[in-house]
Design a protein around this ligand. Structure first.
Ligand code: 5GP
Ligand code: MG
Ligand code: MG
Length: 183
């Protein structure tokens, strides 16, 4: 792939950088209000949530701790493997802590419902979820993210942390890929 053509592989931009930043500021304002006077530990789900974590945390305007987990849910392509396992665990003891799991997208909800029950067993004071995007299938899962940026149709999107075969994470916008990318 010619790296000069990264942006032009996107055929349909769903959300621009400006829209994403405005949405994250809205979410941050709600989070800052809800956790006022409480300590907050944000847990980012690697690798997709890196951009959301960076921008959401900086929009909070308050002290916050950050930690990271890596779990496997998808292979290198676009299909869910249905398997969740911990590739990197937290460095932080979360017992008694207010935990906010930060993710970029919930598709089937499989990954996060597994993660939430795993984190809940560690006796945190609370666990909530903030996700930038949510797909329709997630609505039928027991997991209820408290903070959702946008509900999107069931399409495979890339950019702003979201990859296709580990590429496109570094795009500033979110969109769908041109068919030629897949062939
Ligand atoms: P779930 O377990 O909710 O089905 O999937 C969660 C993970 O699958 C996300 O954190 C993300 O890594 C990946 N994923 C789900 N939908 C998409 C998508 O439309 N685009 C990309 N790039 N990854 C997705
Ligand atoms: Mg993710
Ligand atoms: Mg991926």
């Amino acid at each position: 792939m010619d790296s000069a053509h990264v942006e032009s592989d996107l055929i349909n931009i769903l959300f621009t950088e400006e829209q994403i930043q405005a949405k994250l500021q809205e979410m941050a304002d709600r989070i800052a209000a809800d956790y006022e006077g409480q300590d907050l530990l944000m847990v980012g789900v690697l690798r997709g949530a890196v951009m959301v974590m960076a921008d959401l945390s900086r929009s909070l305007g308050r002290h916050v701790e950050m930690d990271w987990m890596a779990v496997s849910s998808y292979g290198s392509g676009t299909k869910s493997s249905g398997v969740v396992r911990i590739l990197k665990d937290l460095d932080t003891d979360i017992s008694g802590r207010h935990v906010l799991v930060v993710d970029e997208i919930i598709d089937t909800g499989l990954t996060l419902s597994w993660l939430i029950s795993n984190l809940s067993s560690r006796n945190p004071a609370s666990v909530e979820i903030a996700t930038l995007l949510r797909k329709p299938e997630a609505l039928s899962m027991p997991v209820e993210p408290k903070y959702v940026g946008w509900d999107i149709p069931n399409e495979f999107v890339v950019g702003y942390g979201l990859d296709y075969k580990e590429r496109y994470r570094n795009l500033r916008d979110i969109g769908t890929l041109a068919p030629h990318v897949y062939s």
